[in-house]
Design a protein around this ligand. Structure first.
Ligand SMILES: C[S@@+](CC[C@H](N)C(=O)[O-])C[C@H]1O[C@@H](n2cnc3c(N)ncnc32)[C@H](O)[C@@H]1O
Length: 271
């Protein structure tokens, strides 16, 4: 592994583009590795969800920090904004400046611009690398006290789940991201058009009873604050206030069924 020491003194990878995650609580979840990379950036692009995170980032790289948030526009398709983010990041890489792009949470989890920036940079011959961060799902496992290995765990983006054919295993856990944006592919500063929520309920009802317990989850973005964990019945997603930062968690609806075809062919300890 190639490492170099930047002019500001921190150890960083020797890549022209580094894509990093700030965690959900930037003040507590930035890794030491990510902090070092941010401090050594000539240009540090960032997209984070709260002002505290922004302040932390700007202090780490006072001369090079630059938000990408200005690319969002009310009612503008999010995919167009993501493409523009990639263009801005790539322009910096091409100019030869040591570029870091920081996304909130894990930069590779439900994030298009991060992966696409790395793909395009590598295609153009630049060294590019992603460093992991703490995602909303990581916080969910901790705050709800659940383990994805218990019955397995499925994870879908809500609009993707609605629009594509999915065979849900309702003996496993289900995590739905971006439910508060379901059916709306644009950016909205205050209120997304969630007129597709009844369709999401209709689709989920194919696999779960309408009274099935569902948890609305929001991880705190500031250390010391409590998470929002709101148990409701599935049918209540129509009236519950589900925001852009809410993640839906559905526990299993039935017990796991053993598979006799394979159970009989695996040598398990007797007794
Ligand atoms: C575009 S994705 C970004 C995910 C982010 N890259 C991560 O690693 O968590 C946005 C979705 O993440 C989830 N999310 C973001 N912030 C959250 C929070 N504070 N608590 C719970 N879920 C959150 C929500 O499902 C939201 O709609």
């Amino acid at each position: 592994m190639t490492r170099t020491v930047c002019s500001k003194g921190g150890n960083v990878y020797d890549d022209q583009l580094l894509v990093v995650g700030t965690g959900i609580r930037t003040t507590g979840q930035l890794t030491v590795e990510t902090i070092a990379c941010m401090q050594c950036a000539a240009r540090l692009f960032y997209i984070v969800a709260d002002p505290v995170a922004e302040e932390v980032i700007r202090r780490l790289c006072p001369d090079g920090a630059e938000t990408l948030y200005d690319l969002y526009g009310e009612g503008k398709p999010r995919m167009q904004t993501y493409q523009e983010m990639v263009d801005r990041i790539l322009a910096s890489v091409r100019s030869g400046e040591r570029t870091v792009a920081a996304f909130y949470g894990h930069p590779g989890v439900y994030a298009y611009a991060s992966h696409e920036s790395i793909r395009r940079a590598r295609a153009e011959g630049f060294r590019a690398r992603m460093l992991p961060g703490i995602s909303a799902e990581d916080c969910l496992f901790a705050d709800l006290g659940i383990d994805p290995s218990a019955n397995g765990c499925q994870s879908y983006e809500a609009t993707d789940f609605l629009l594509n054919s999915r065979s849900v295993d309702n003996s496993a856990q289900l995590i739905l991201w971006q439910a508060g944006l379901v059916g709306d592919l644009t950016f909205r500063r205050y209120a997304y058009d969630i007129s597709a929520m009844p369709l999401l309920l209709e689709k989920l009802s194919l696999f779960y009873p309408r009274t099935h317990p569902v948890y609305l989850y929001e991880a705190p973005t500031v250390p010391g604050c409590e998470p929002m964990i709101r148990p409701i019945m599935l049918e209540e997603i129509l009236t519950a206030s589900i925001t852009a930062t809410t993640t839906l968690y559905l526990p299993p609806a039935r017990a796991t069924m053993p598979d006799p075809t394979y159970l009989s062919r695996v040598r398990l300890p007797q007794g």
